[in-house]
Design a protein around this ligand. Structure first.
Ligand code: ADP
Length: 476
């Protein structure tokens, strides 16, 4: 998982958690407010009933008809305030009933009486049009022994309006807050993961050939700083180990050079200075061949080790790359002709670059040499040089044996041979492409191979840079 997707995942988690928290908060505020409003309205209704029951009904005996109506209307103005008030005396019937409220929210005469024995208490009455009325009923007995049922009610709609208002507020602000949190969270995440991004990018670019480079050290004083410092120390240790291995290969190759040369000279001396039987001469001849092979291997190893260790001083001078490739291919054509292989070139003229002529020539020679080695008699090899996207591209392709897919990632490794028997028979030790790769790396060039077994291979070298007309030639 890369840093970018980590950033997205963390922001998504953060946004998800925030949304859950906001939803839980919204639900609890909604339920809490509903309970609170219910309780407030109920207390108000209870207090109304109690006032009517204890203060007005106690004075009712002896008062003129219509006194209760005047008192209640004056005290509570039910029509104006949208309230329902009803006073019922057992045996007599309704002694007071408020008028219909101005907004027509309910019709007082249609409100049913509480059923059953337990008439006291709160009720939520569902009206015909779907509205609800919250009512409180209380029974009173006046000193003259009359039993009254006092009811007071208010439309539940008033509570619903407040709750709907809250829902609307939550519905509008929640997405806004979550979007703001996502943007803020992403920005924060970007800021805090930026150093990780930089470290990852730089770490991706560190290979065995540039182990002297280091990751950016993050001076944050936290785990990230410790991580970058630890990684840099690790790269330092790897650098030491690689240098040690390179030095060992270079030293070993160097030490083997002299005894090998002496051995060759001795063997050549014996062959030239002493009369030998035919079989002995053959044996010494074969031993000489092997020492020549060993010398080539040792020289190749020495070249690779020195290139890898940066010990080889490349003469990077401006050179006519088009001319170098055309000339080298021309020279190699002699070898190709021996196998009746057609060596075609397609070279854009005038392409130049800063490079070491001898080493770059070796790249071309090794690639064409391999193509000739691994292409059957009568095959075709194409060598091309052209510019593409500001890069100089060299391609050597053939229609030879090709390389098995499982061998492709290893062909640039030292001593790797895809087909050991064939490679050894053709004199290869598996070092040719390692040298090519080391020279390319030293020139900051990339080398890539594509191949299909039985159909052929294509080696592509990409040099970073520039300039060109076009010449094409095919000979066999
Ligand atoms: P060698 O000296 O054995 O040719 P190289 O390093 O040059 O070693 O190549 C490594 C291996 O890659 C070879 O042994 C061969 O199997 C494979 N190879 C390289 N070039 C080609 C090619 N043009 N066609 C097929 N196989 C190739």
């Amino acid at each position: 998982m890369n840093v970018r997707s980590l950033r997205f995942r963390m922001t998504a988690w953060y946004a998800g958690l925030l949304l859950c928290a906001l939803l839980m908060f919204g639900v609890s505020v909604y339920l809490g407010l509903e309970r609170y409003l219910n309780w407030t309205f109920q207390s108000m209704l209870v207090s109304e009933c109690r006032t009517i029951g204890t203060e007005l009904l106690a004075q009712l005996p002896g008062k003129r008809a219509g006194w209760l109506m005047t008192e209640v209307n004056e005290a509570y103005a039910p029509e104006v305030n949208g309230r329902f008030i009803r006073v019922y005396r057992d045996g007599t019937g309704i002694v007071y009933l408020s008028g219909a409220p101005k907004d027509g929210a309910f019709e007082p005469s249609e409100i049913p009486f509480p059923q059953g024995n337990q008439r006291d208490g709160v009720r939520r009455i569902h009206l015909k049009d779907g509205r609800q009325l919250l009512t409180q009923a209380m029974t009173f007995t006046t000193p003259d022994g009359s039993h009254f049922l006092v009811e007071s009610g208010t439309p539940y709609q008033q509570i619903q309006i407040v709750l709907h208002g809250l829902l609307l507020t939550l519905a509008i602000y929640t997405p806004f807050i979550v979007s703001l949190a996502i943007a803020g969270g992403y920005w924060l995440m970007r800021r805090s993961l930026q150093p990780v991004d930089e470290i990852t990018e730089r770490a991706e670019g560190i290979t065995s050939s540039n182990l002297s480079e280091r990751l950016p050290t993050i001076r944050t004083g936290d785990e990230l700083e410790r991580l970058s410092t630890a990684l840099n120390r690790m790269i330092g240790r790897l650098d030491d180990a690689f240098q040690h291995i390179n030095r060992f290969s270079a030293d070993a190759s160097h030490e083997l050079r002299t005894p090998l040369t002496i051995l060759q000279l001795e063997l050549e001396g014996i062959v030239h200075n002493y009369p030998l039987s035919e079989s002995l001469e053959n044996q010494i001849g074969s031993a000489l061949e092997e020492t020549h092979r060993m010398s080539r291997i040792v020289e190749s190893l020495l070249t690779i080790s020195r290139l890898d260790a940066g010990e080889v001083k490349l003469d990077r001078l401006p050179l006519d790359f088009s001319e170098l490739i055309t000339r080298t291919a021309g020279e190699m054509n002699v070898l190709a002709q021996e196998k009746s292989i057609a060596l075609c070139t397609s070279v854009e003229a005038g392409i130049s670059l800063d490079g070491d002529r001898t080493h770059l020539q070796q790249v071309i020679v090794n690639l064409i040499d391999n193509a000739i080695k691994y292409t059957q008699v009568g095959g075709t090899i194409h060598v091309s040089l052209y510019l593409e996207d500001g890069k100089i591209i060299v391609e050597v392709s053939d229609n030879g044996a090709g390389i098995p897919a499982q061998a492709l990632p290893h062909v640039f490794e030292r001593f790797y041979r895809a087909d050991k028997a064939r490679s050894r028979a053709s004199g290869g030790a598996g070092l040719g492409l390692s040298i090519v790769k080391a020279i390319c790396t030293a020139h900051s060039a990339g080398i890539y191979v594509t191949s299909e077994e039985g159909l052929g291979s294509r080696f592509r070298v990409e040099f970073p840079t520039i300039s060109a007309s076009h010449t094409a030639n095919c000979a066999s």
